[in-house]
Design a binder for this molecule. Structure first.
Ligand code: PRP
Ligand code: URA
Length: 209
């Protein structure tokens, strides 16, 4: 089963190039991350189940499709994942939002957890984990392991940009998790940054550098 979905729609490719440009300022960077999250959400939710509902239109009554079954939760990995939340809530306003705080140790690049708050019914929801960057994969893999510990069975991962190493990590640790991403770049550098990449997503979203 292919779990990697590279969403190479022209709009996503164009917007990703805006993010890559080092001259793109914080306002535009933030807006484009949010827009890309919404476009990716459209693809990542393609398999949401539908059911019939009877609806009265101004003209007549008919049977039409509405979303059915389990509801969604989105879980941004702090900080940078926060930049993807609003774009998704624009499309799915009823989604609940859990937060997991992880940062990469600057020496080892291993994820360190510092915050967690999930909706109480998280185990009954389809979960989409959000993080713009999938580099070594350590942060996303740890977040997914954590969510599985809560009993979540249906988990998807949505990123904007990935490295091959990160994709391989998730596919090894979590072969059941589908990954949605706009592009997979060439490699990681010695500091575990994606090359050619877009730099530090958190710093560019929040203007901290
Ligand atoms: C970045 C990014 C991911 C992680 C990816 O976060 O947002 O969470 O690195 O790297 P990995 O795949 O090697 O784990 P960072 O640790 O810089 O924290 P921040 O979001 O607070 O900037
Ligand atoms: N985190 C980022 O923000 N950028 C990278 O290239 C790798 C990890």
């Amino acid at each position: 089963m292919e779990t990697l979905h590279i969403l190479n729609h022209p709009l996503l490719q164009h917007k990703l190039s805006i993010l890559r440009d080092k001259n793109t300022g914080v306002k535009e960077f933030r807006e484009v991350v949010s827009e890309m999250a919404a476009l990716e959400c459209y693809e990542a939710t393609r398999d949401l189940p539908l059911e019939d509902a009877v609806i009265e239109t101004p003209i007549t009554t008919g049977t039409f499709k509405v979303l059915s079954g389990k509801k969604l939760a989105i879980v941004p990995i702090l900080r940078a994942g926060l930049g993807m939340v609003d774009g998704i809530l624009d499309l799915i306003p009823s989604a609940k939002v859990g937060h997991i705080g992880l940062y990469r140790d600057p020496e080892t690049h291993a994820p360190v957890e510092y915050y967690c708050k999930m909706p109480s019914d998280i185990s009954e929801r389809d979960v989409i984990v959000l993080d713009p960057m999938l580099a070594t994969g350590g942060s996303a893999s740890a977040a997914i392991t954590f969510l599985k510990g809560y009993g979540c069975k249906s988990i998807k991962l949505m990123n904007i940009l990935a490295a091959p190493e990160g994709v391989a990590c998730i596919q090894k640790d979590h072969p059941d998790v589908h990954i949605y991403v706009a592009a997979v770049d060439e490699k990681l550098n010695d500091h575990a940054y994606i090359v050619p990449g877009l730099g530090d997503a958190g710093d560019r979203i929040f203007g901290t550098k």
